[in-house]
Design a protein around this ligand. Sequence first.
Ligand SMILES: Cc1ncc(COP(=O)(O)O)c(C=O)c1O
Length: 403
Amino acid sequence: MTDLLSKFDALIAERAGLGALGVQDPFSIVMSEVKSPTEAVIDGKPTILVGTYNYMGMTFDADVIAAAQKAVAEFGAGTTGSRVLNGTYALHKDVEQALKDFYGTEHAMVFSTGYQANLGMVSTLAGRGDYVVLDADSHASIYDGCAMGNADIVRFRHNSVEDLSKRLGRLPAEAKKLVVLEGVYSMLGDIAPLKEMVAATKGHNCMVLVDEAHGMGFFGEHGRGVYEEAGVADDVDFVVGTFSKSVGTVGGFCVSNHPKFDILRLVCRPYTFTASLPPAVMAAAATSIRKLMTAHDKRARLWENTRHLHGGLTAAGFTIATKTPESAIVSVLMPDQETTVRMWAALIELGVYVNMSRPPATPAGVFLLRCSICAEHRPDQIDTVIARFQEAAQLTGLTLVTA
Ligand SMILES: Cc1ncc(COP(=O)(O)O)c(C=O)c1O
């Protein structure tokens, strides 16, 4: 009998093998209660969350929750329609206004997820005969945008300005090119040298799109992202982002000053051919974005917490993917898959949730326990996380190298 799922047999066997190791599946966690942006109950156990991307802790913000409750009461549970048909409410326009104010741009377009924003922007902007030039470590949504479109794809070595320049130089000068960059790369938690990269695109017939999914809220004077901090806002044509991280809800967007931007609403299939986000989400997002504009204390706390965790884990002998804290992602390098899984399982047993990452999500041979920090983590929670990492290392026999 034909089995179209047989191509997944190796993965099925690998998952089954976790049982043999006596550990639970890192990709099947269920939170039975969520107490705050930093605490949940998992397997009946109070657990510190250090793997949620809830950087600014907005999921439990009282104003955000109140706005969502009001919107669901007034506008109902969903829109049941596409943005270009019955799915645009005043709330959707209000979120787009909040984004325009936050980013200081002429235009903003809200998608149902950040994934769809990249899928739509990349596949629509670059057409047949054009090129998409992207970092090898780009997010899956960027790669999927490439796969969905008709442009030729050129990858350059992760964060290598030299390789970007070399590859741009080899392409036909007259061809149109979309260069796709990310402010923060979420696997290693490193930031892109955007100043140099954007400079390298000059003279090559390029437009530049930067994904600031992991930079919104706490990089740059207005919290717009790494591109703002790098001082290249005037040279970036499109900024893509998400509501599922600093904003604390769900949704995606693209902002731009391009005068023809609005036509994308009719030609960008992942925008047009799907239902719009529900009223509660729109109200939550608009309230959250407006609060993020002045969230200076939260930003400061997020960076303090990040330095605390990065410094503590380094001092304990763990190897972090970046020497210094570059973003609110602290990725702990692991030697191999089995140790990674055992460490992850020991941590969850000890009441700490982090993300486990391995190829193909990570570059070949790279295994990670990724921590994402929240402005709302208390210093004592960070101390507990560091202590639990040490205990987990002891339990799994991971060698720590202290200076
Ligand atoms: C760099 C990057 N872009 C886009 C996305 C997609 O965002 P969303 O969760 O809104 O689909 C993510 C999500 O993890 C991401 O890390």
